[in-house]
Design a protein around this ligand. Structure first.
Ligand code: FNR
Length: 365
């Protein structure tokens, strides 16, 4: 039987009830810049679970304070952070969805104001901090950036430990899926891409070296994550940069197989973000799905893939799954507009039988 968007997804011993996933989306909503989850996170993520999503992923959750994009981002660098996230995971699970967390480090793109406060690079007086990166090459913001410092080898080991500890705490908080954020020009992608990585030690240069940090982080997270529960990695399949050495789909396919060997279950396939020179040829419905499809079909392993980008209707999400282009339909902005997107999709597709409507809402559906 052909899978559709309402079919459960089995990853290890974890069953995600359908193929709708809430894409990680920063909410910039921690109070006092402390990285602690608030009612906002519980209600925001909880509503999407109520709305029928199968997998609900948190926003990029920083494994170290300096790894936040904005000071108001979520963190998971202490037991207090774990305890603040536990009710979020618990409520999402109580609604039948699978709670997932995106573990992240912003690297050289850390320390910017929230978008509605203009997104500028924060200077020190504004609460900004030095960014760390594979090389001392700042992201070319228009504003004057704070210092971008090259990580030493010891500090790289420290980053691996931070991901390991973050994973342990995330598990203790009740999350069942861990997604490692290696996309969009943040730290792990910066190591992958020669656009940002100019190192000449064993973490820079050839493919093996540029992928080393992500592989070490993956091993550390996998060690902490229960065998029956899945680990996902979000990558940028391409930098969209052709005029210099960069990261591309061929390397992504190679990487996906290496990650499969390390116990990664699904690649969440996004793109871009490493440099403002990126030349994206087209943005529209399913604009990144072709990369997910290629990774899914050209890898030697049977690693699952998630498609993200421009999925806004139930029909589209269903087509992606039915046609075998991806195993998971990961949805960002449409879930901001409509927390009940899966419930609406079920109605649009005449498949109300196939989705969990919370009993409290049944008279409305
Ligand atoms: C994002 N995106 C994002 N991606 C990620 O990996 N971690 C994150 O924390 C965020 N934060 C974030 C915040 C907001 C407000 C938006 C709109 C987007 C990217 C997002 O997950 C998704 O990949 C893109 O939005 C493309 O998918 P859609 O929106 O076209 O479905």
């Amino acid at each position: 039987m052909v899978d559709d968007v309402f079919s459960p997804l089995e990853l290890r011993e974890t069953t995600v009830r359908n193929r709708f996933a809430v894409s990680p989306m920063c909410q910039y909503s921690c109070e006092d810049r402390d990285g602690l989850a608030t009612d906002w996170h519980r209600v925001h993520l909880g509503s999407r679970a109520v709305g029928g999503a199968g997998l609900v992923l948190t926003e990029a959750t920083a494994v170290e304070p300096r790894g936040r994009i904005s000071p108001e981002d979520l963190g998971i660098w202490s037991d207090d952070h774990r305890d603040a996230l536990a009710p979020v995971a618990e409520f999402v699970k109580s609604q039948g969805a699978t709670p997932g967390i995106q573990l992240a480090h912003a690297g050289r793109k850390a320390g910017t104001a929230r978008p509605w406060e203009d997104g500028r690079v924060l200077d020190y007086d504004d609460g900004g901090w030095d960014a760390v990166a594979p090389s001392a090459v700042p992201y070319p913001y228009d504003d004057d950036p704070t210092e971008t410092r090259k990580l030493s080898r010891d500090e790289i080991s420290g980053v691996v430990d931070s991901f390991r500890e973050g994973a342990r705490r995330a598990r203790e908080a009740g999350f069942e899926v861990a997604e490692i954020h290696a996309a969009h020009g943040y730290l792990l992608h910066e190591f992958l891409s020669p656009v940002a990585n100019r190192r000449d030690d064993e973490y820079g240069g050839n493919f093996e070296n540029r992928t080393r940090l992500l592989r070490e982080v993956t091993e550390a997270v996998r060690e902490e994550w229960p065998d029956g529960m899945p680990v996902l990695v979000r990558i940028s399949a391409t930098d969209w940069i052709d005029d210099r050495e960069s990261w591309d789909v061929e390397q992504s396919i190679r990487l996906a197989d290496r990650l499969a060997d390390l116990g990664v279950d699904l690649i969440d396939v996004s793109s871009g973000g490493i440099h403002p020179d990126q030349d994206i040829d087209w943005v529209g419905p399913n604009y990144q799905t072709r990369f997910a499809e290629r990774i899914g079909s050209e890898t030697a392993s049977d690693i699952a893939v998630g498609a993200v980008g421009g999925i806004t209707t139930g029909e589209q999400a269903d087509d992606v799954i039915r046609n075998g282009r991806a195993d998971l339909a990961i949805v960002g902005r449409e879930f901001l507009r409509d927390p009940y997107f899966p419930l609406h999709a079920a109605r649009d597709l005449g498949r109300e039988d196939a989705i969990d409507v919370p009993p409290q809402y049944r008279r409305g559906f």
